[in-house]
Design a protein around this ligand. Structure first.
Ligand code: ADP
Length: 466
């Protein structure tokens, strides 16, 4: 079995416990332990003129290699080009997009630095799997240094349609970078269509059936790999929460009321102001729910160094305060708003208690919270998922109530429908969703990507012959 090499910005250290590290990090760590492998990423530390030599250490069968970055390059790379340019672009928020040449150059410098540091650690037959938009140019940089082995890339966020993508001044260079991979994985068929349409209509590439792409003298494959969750872990955590202290405290605090839950990083792609407004609209237009339902929105702070995230935080504080000011009673606070992280087991208990899961991003690559909410339900008395049609998960979770997150009244109506849905319909809808969550797990996703990367170059000649 070929050795696996994973590259990602953040590396889950061997000491980070599964309950905290998140499903993806745990699954990648498992894939590495099974095959033996290398996890390469940023150390989280900066230093001026850092050397091209990472800190290397082993834990079991996994080698970790962590690289320091120059502070100015790190800013240009992370807060600049990755999260100030690519993130808003891929989430269709052109009004929030900033493009600075200095950021683009810093982004490329970080990728060059990564490639120089990674190259001496590679073997020709490795399977290299690069994660996310921080490292799109990494394969091109490794090829420049002479590496001819297999490299795959997975894009965790949406790929925008050509009309939106063309707003990026560096659009052609970035797709040229993608063409140095052997396999490019996206979340949904929609994303694949968007990228292939751009390639065929804007940069004169050709597309063969099965997603093989020819661009200039290179061949690569583009396909959809919808990411899943560790369904078993969520089912088990949710079951175990029954009768425990936290569940008891939650139940006591709700005093028999229904619960609607939202769990999202505090990010403008998640549609949180619209969700708050829709909950306010529910209480205004369907007064029978007043004092009967509590909404809990868990929203840990994220990317606080980027100005838009600070502005969003203030906006939500104002909106949340206004809803509570308008509707609260002396014994009922409609909206509980928490800016903190929780252990997976606590989240599972909250999901299970909630009759409605409200997942309404304006745009999302997949949205794992939607799948976690489904997995945590009690099969006898499951809750209803209200899901944005613009989340990648909407392609798969057909038992949800799909909503348009720009339609506040429509979302309020869907929440009302969920809160009043008969048990039999709830069970049927949940079963449809759960079949998908149980089948397409994170382990299955990982295995499928690695298998297809291992075989992909057979379709267009040996590695390097591109
Ligand atoms: P994104 O990757 O954009 O943040 P996803 O919904 O795909 O969105 O994934 C978010 C992950 O972060 C989920 O696994 C979720 O359980 C986790 N998460 C979100 N909020 C919290 C929180 N407050 N505490 C712990 N984990 C959280």
């Amino acid at each position: 079995m070929a050795r696996l090499v994973i590259v990602s910005n953040r590396v889950a250290s061997p000491k980070e416990r599964a309950a905290k590290a998140g499903g993806l990090a745990v699954a990648l760590r498992e894939a590495l332990s099974q095959r033996g492998g290398l996890w390469f990423g940023w150390s989280g530390e900066t230093e001026i003129n850092p050397p091209d030599t990472p800190k290397v250490f082993r834990s079991g069968r996994v080698t970790y290699a962590l690289l320091n970055l120059d502070p100015e390059d790190q800013r240009a790379h992370y807060a600049g080009y990755a999260n100030g340019t690519l993130w808003p672009l891929c989430h269709y928020r052109l009004g929030l997009l900033t493009f600075r040449r200095a950021d683009w150059e810093g982004y490329r410098r970080v990728n060059e630095h990564f490639a120089r540091a990674l190259l001496p650690l590679l073997k020709p037959d490795d399977n290299i799997w690069v994660h996310d938009y921080h490292f799109i140019p990494l394969a091109a940089e490794l090829r420049k240094l002479g590496f001819a082995g297999r490299i795959g890339y997975f894009h965790h966020i949406p790929w925008p349609t050509p009309e939106v993508y063309l707003s990026l001044p560096s659009h052609a260079a970035l797709v040229d970078d993608l063409s140095h991979y052997d396999l490019v994985g996206l979340q949904t068929e929609n994303d694949v269509r968007a990228l292939l349409t751009y390639i065929s209509s804007e940069v004169h590439g050709w597309i063969a059936p099965g997603g093989t792409v020819g661009l200039k003298d290179r061949r690569f494959r583009v396909a959809a790999y919808p990411i899943g969750i560790d369904a078993e872990a969520f089912v088990s955590d949710a079951r175990k929460s029954v009768g425990k202290d936290e569940e008891r405290r939650l139940n006591e605090s709700l005093a028999g009321r229904r619960l609607a839950v939202g769990v999202d990083r505090l990010d403008y792609s998640k549609g949180l102001p619209g969700k708050f407004a829709a909950f306010g609209e529910l209480l205004r237009s369907y007064p029978e729910h007043r004092s009967k339902v509590t909404m809990m929105q868990v929203a840990p702070l994220s990317r606080s160094e980027v100005a838009e995230y600070q502005a969003l935080r203030r906006e939500l504080e104002e909106l949340g305060g206004a809803i509570n000011g308008e509707f609260a009673e002396f014994d009922w606070v409609p909206l509980r708003y928490l800016n903190r992280p929780f252990q997976r087991a606590t989240l599972a208990a909250i999901y299970r208690r909630a009759l409605v899961g409200v997942v309404t991003p304006l745009r999302d690559g997949m949205n794992l919270v939607a799948k976690e909410y489904v997995a945590a339900q009690d099969p006898e008395d499951p809750g209803v998922l209200v899901l944005s049609r613009f989340a990648g998960a909407a392609d798969e979770l057909k038992g949800s109530l799909l909503v348009n997150p720009y339609d506040i009244e429509g979302m309020a109506a869907a929440m009302d429908r969920a809160l009043t849905m008969p048990l039999e319909e709830r069970r049927q809808r949940w079963r449809t969703n759960m079949d998908n969550v149980e089948t397409n797990t994170i382990h299955h996703w990982c295995q499928r990507f690695i298998d297809e990367l291992t075989n992909v170059t057979d379709q267009f000649g040996p590695p390097g012959d591109q």
